[in-house]
Design a protein around this ligand. Structure first.
Ligand code: FES
Length: 113
């Protein structure tokens, strides 16, 4: 299984509540480059827009877990995610330093896995 990206789009992520980002363009950009699944609310709305990068089978075998990225509200971050996923994603390619700033630990659940 390849590395996949879960894009949250619901009550907050992808809504006008999050300003300064073209949500449709963000989803389209990711879809054009990597496998994408759009998800209902992941219950971490204070982090909107939320994107979860799921490890590939190889990444999982290397011990990687899904990586949650929050406040992904600029085009550069979206591009950095594309680059990372194309390089192999969690467990395969090192997390780019710049994406470190977006990583958070979901408080309540381990969804996205
Ligand atoms: S809408 Fe994305 S976390 Fe709630």
């Amino acid at each position: 299984m390849p590395c996949r990206v879960v894009v949250c789009r619901d009550c907050c992520c992808g809504s006008p509540k999050v300003t300064g980002v073209d949500h449709a363009a963000q989803t389209a950009r990711l879809r054009a480059e990597v496998p994408v699944r759009v998800s209902d609310c992941l219950d971490v709305c204070d982090q909107a827009n939320v994107i979860v990068v799921q490890p590939s089978a190889a990444g999982r075998a290397a011990g990687a877990r899904p990586v949650w990225l929050g406040l992904v509200n600029d085009q550069d971050a979206t591009e950095d995610i594309v680059t990372w996923v194309r390089a192999g994603g969690p467990g395969v390619a090192p997390l780019p330093d710049i994406l470190d700033l977006y990583v958070f630990t979901p408080p309540r659940r381990t969804a996205g896995s």
